[in-house]
Ligand binder design. Structure first.
Ligand code: P6P
Length: 326
C-alpha cells in the first residue's frame, strides 16, 4: 500500500518557474531571507542613518535588500528596467533584457526592530520589443503585469506568486533544501469574512464615506449584526498574507493627511491588487476605481487602496457610491 502521507511529487519553486515562463522577481528572495533571518544576529537592524531618495527613513536592511535586488535583477540578464522604492530613478541595465521589474525590496521595514514580518513586493512587466528602456516603460496599469507577488520573511519565508490570468500559489522556504516548496496551491479568499485591517489612528483624517463604511462594520445596525474583528499589523505583506489566508479587507485610504494615499501604486498597490483579484477578491483605489486600471504618472506615485474578499469590497463600494452620488 503506497503511503499517501508521504509527499513524493514535491513542486519546488525552481520546477514551478521552469514549468512557467517567468523566472523572475523571486531569484533575490533566497538571498534576502539570509540577511533578514540574521538581521538581529549581525546587528543589521536599526537605522542606516540615511534617507532613501523618496524620503522614507532607511534602515540598514533596506539598503542591503535594495542592493541584493538590484544586483540580482542586473545579473539575471533578463531585466532592462528596474524600479525600486529605494531608488529615486529607474535603473536601466545594459544587455537585451525583455522585462521591467518594479519592487519594494523590504516593505514594512519600520517594524524590523520589533520582529514584525517584513517582505519584498514585486511586479514584472514584459517590455515591447521597441521599448526605449526608460521609466516611461513602466507607467502602465497593473493589468499589464505579467507576474506579481510578494515574499514575507517571518518565522519562515513565504512567497506568494501569480502570473497574469493564472491562480495564486504560495510557497514556503525549506531551509534544509534551500528551496521554496509549493505549500498553498491555488489560494482563494472566501467571498466574505468579518475582519477589517486599517490604521484607525488616521480616522481623524478620513472623509465621510470612509468613516461611514468603517462605522457600519464596527457598529452594525442591522438585526443581530456582529461587529467585525480588527487586525492591523502595519506591515503590508503581513496584512495582505493574512487577508489572503483568512479573507476580510485591508485598507490604506487616501485622507486629509495623505491626500494621494501612502502606498505606492507600482510596487505595492498594483502587485497586491493582482494577487487579490486572482485569488477571487477585489482591489480599488479611494475613488473606487479598479486598482489594476490605475496608471501612475510617476514611478513613485501613491494611491489609496481597499482590497480583499470580493463581497467585503462590494460593501465599501456601495457606501462610497452613496457619497459620490451626493
Ligand atoms: P502606517 C510600512 O511602512 C508600509 O509601507 C506598509 O508596509 C504598511 O501597510 C504601511 O506602511 C503602514 O503605514 O501609517 O499604518 O504605519
Amino acid at each position: 500500500k503506497v503511503n499517501s502521507e508521504v509527499q513524493t511529487d514535491i513542486v519546488t519553486l525552481t520546477r514551478y518557474l521552469t514549468e512557467s515562463e517567468h523566472a523572475l522577481g523571486t531569484t533575490a528572495t533566497g538571498d534576502f531571507t539570509y540577511y533578514i533571518r540574521r538581521a538581529t544576529l549581525i546587528n543589521l537592524v536599526g537605522l542606516a542613518g540615511s534617507e532613501n531618495k523618496t524620503g522614507d527613513e532607511q534602515k540598514k536592511l533596506d539598503v542591503i535588500g535594495n542592493e541584493i535586488f538590484v544586483n540580482s535583477m542586473r545579473s539575471s540578464g533578463k531585466v532592462k528596467v528596474l524600479v525600486s522604492e529605494e531608488e529615486e530613478n529607474a535603473l536601466v541595465f545594459g544587455g537585451s533584457g525583455k522585462y521591467a521589474v518594479v519592487c519594494d525590496p523590504i516593505d514594512g521595514s519600520s517594524n524590523l526592530d520589533a520582529g514584525v514580518s517584513v517582505g519584498t513586493i514585486f511586479g514584472i512587466f514584459k517590455l515591447d520589443d521597441n521599448a526605449a528602456g526608460t521609466a516611461d516603460d513602466v507607467l502602465l496599469p497593473g493589468t499589464e503585469l505579467v507576474a506579481a507577488g510578494f515574499t514575507m520573511y517571518g518565522a519562515s519565508a513565504n512567497l506568494v506568486l501569480t502570473m497574469r490570468g493564472g491562480n495564486v500559489n504560495g510557497f514556503t522556504l525549506d531551509n534544509a533544501l534551500g528551496e521554496f516548496i509549493l505549500t498553498h496551491p491555488n489560494m482563494r479568499m472566501p467571498k466574505t469574512r468579518s475582519i477589517y485591517s486599517v490604521n484607525e489612528g488616521n480616522s481623524l483624517y478620513w472623509d465621510s464615506a470612509c468613516r461611514e463604511y468603517f462605522d457600519s462594520i464596527k457598529y452594525p445596525t442591522e438585526a443581530n449584526g456582529k461587529p467585525y474583528s480588527a487586525r492591523y499589523i502595519g506591515s503590508m505583506v503581513a496584512d495582505a498574507y493574512r487577508t489572503l489566508c483568512y479573507g476580510g479587507m485591508f485598507a490604506y485610504p487616501a485622507d486629509k493627511k495623505s491626500p494621494k494615499g501612502k502606498l505606492r501604486i507600482l510596487y505595492e498597490c498594483a502587485p497586491m491588487a493582482m494577487v487579490m483579484e486572482q485569488a477571487g477578491g477585489q482591489a480599488v483605489d479611494s475613488n473606487m476605481k479598479r486598482m489594476l486600471e490605475v496608471v501612475p504618472t510617476h514611478i513613485h506615485d501613491r494611491s489609496g487602496i481597499f482590497m480583499g474578499s470580493y463581497d467585503e469590497i462590494e460593501k465599501v463600494k456601495s457606501v462610497f457610491a452613496k457619497h459620490q452620488a451626493k
